[in-house]
Design a protein around this ligand. Structure first.
Ligand SMILES: [Zn+2]
Length: 346
């Protein structure tokens, strides 16, 4: 397989005019610089570093409610709606979200999955129903068995429970342990860091000492700007965090936001001082590395999970700086093709 256009190559997304060659196993074989006829823009598909697609049945419910009224267990609106839905309804809505994520250019998501082992199985069923187009990684919650069945452990927050045992079991299994921290206030950041997590989620309210610890422990942070806007908790100090550690980007609850990485990138670009290149890295390679995935960057030998945009679309035509245009301007309508995992037959 070959595609031509402007290829955003490597971690710097250096624009290279030419041809990308993908072998039968779905790996990038070569990137050949040459003059081509196409104005397509070829970039790595996105890795959404933090989602809760389980609440896909509750899109736009609960306008105006506080974070606690919306999502706090056991009686937040989300949990009441989840209890009222059948398993088939829940799985069907999750599969629909995965289909949209695929069509909007996302290759993988790190999903915080509630409901113990049964919850992990529901995510697997949804991913299969969506033809496996998105690698839906389950960061399970509940028992150690759920972590074993899934791809890691996704803890709610250090004020909710002790997670020392789960953390240890996750380490022994060689899987990543992530935890929400500092979403509403700073009180759960130190206890979360004490668990030596593989990543934190949100970190809206770090104090200087927390930033120092994040730097010392070199803990990546998944930021979710649109979610933080909807719930009114504030915004993370993106530049302060980016100076100290690796950032990734997530769309958080489907209940609150469409899981489109284009929208998340645009908001972050316009709410922060971060460069477009840094934001595109957060949306691709940084999330891929956090999850141990072999894509998220265009280099020979990598798995070819790619996104092809129509650089001549009415929206993108004439853009003078391609990475800025992708991050700040492009959208689902500009997609020409999403190259997912190859069919087993080749
Ligand atoms: Zn979350």
């Amino acid at each position: 397989m070959e595609r031509t256009g402007i290829i955003l190559r490597g971690r710097e997304f250096t624009p290279v005019e030419g041809r990308i060659v993908v072998d039968d196993e779905g790996r990038i074989e070569a990137i050949e610089e040459e003059s081509v006829d196409s104005d397509d823009i070829i970039l790595p598909a996105f890795v959404n570093a933090h989602t809760h697609i389980g609440d896909s049945i509750a899109k736009e419910a609960g306008g105006g409610l506080s974070l606690e009224e919306l999502v706090a267990p056991p009686d937040g609106l989300k949990h009441r709606l989840l209890r009222a839905a059948s398993r088939d309804e829940l799985v069907g809505a999750m599969a629909t979200s995965l289909e949209f994520m695929h069509r909007s250019g996302t290759a993988a998501c790190l999903d915080f999955r509630e409901g113990d082992v049964a919850g992990v199985e529901m995510l697997e069923a949804a991913a299969a129903a969506a033809d496996g187009a998105v690698d839906a990684l389950a960061f399970a919650r509940g028992s150690v068995d759920a972590m074993d069945a899934g791809d890691g452990f996704g803890a709610s927050g250090a004020n909710d429970a002790e997670f020392a045992q789960e953390r240890e079991a996750t380490r022994e299994a060689g899987k990543p342990f992530g935890i929400h921290a500092g979403e509403v206030d700073a009180s759960d950041i130190d206890p979360a860091l004490d668990l030596e997590p593989d990543f934190l989620v949100h970190v809206v309210h770090p104090e200087p000492a927390h930033l120092e610890r994040i730097d010392d422990q070199n803990v990546p942070v998944a930021v979710c700007p649109r979610s933080n806007l909807v719930t009114g908790v504030g915004l993370s100090p993106y530049a302060d965090l980016a100076e100290r550690t690796t950032l990734t980007l997530g769309t958080d609850n489907v209940m609150l936001n469409s899981p489109s990485m284009f929208r998340e990138m645009e908001f972050l670009a316009k709410l922060s001082e971060l460069s477009a290149t840094e934001i595109l890295r957060m949306a691709t390679i940084n999330g891929a590395e956090l999850a141990g995935l072999d894509y998220g960057v265009i280099e020979p030998g990598r798995e070819a999970r790619l996104l092809v945009l129509d650089g001549g679309s009415a929206n993108l035509d004439g853009a003078r700086e391609l990475v800025r245009a992708v991050v700040r301007r492009a959208g689902v309508d500009d997609i020409r093709e999403v190259i997912a995992a190859p069919e087993p037959d080749g």
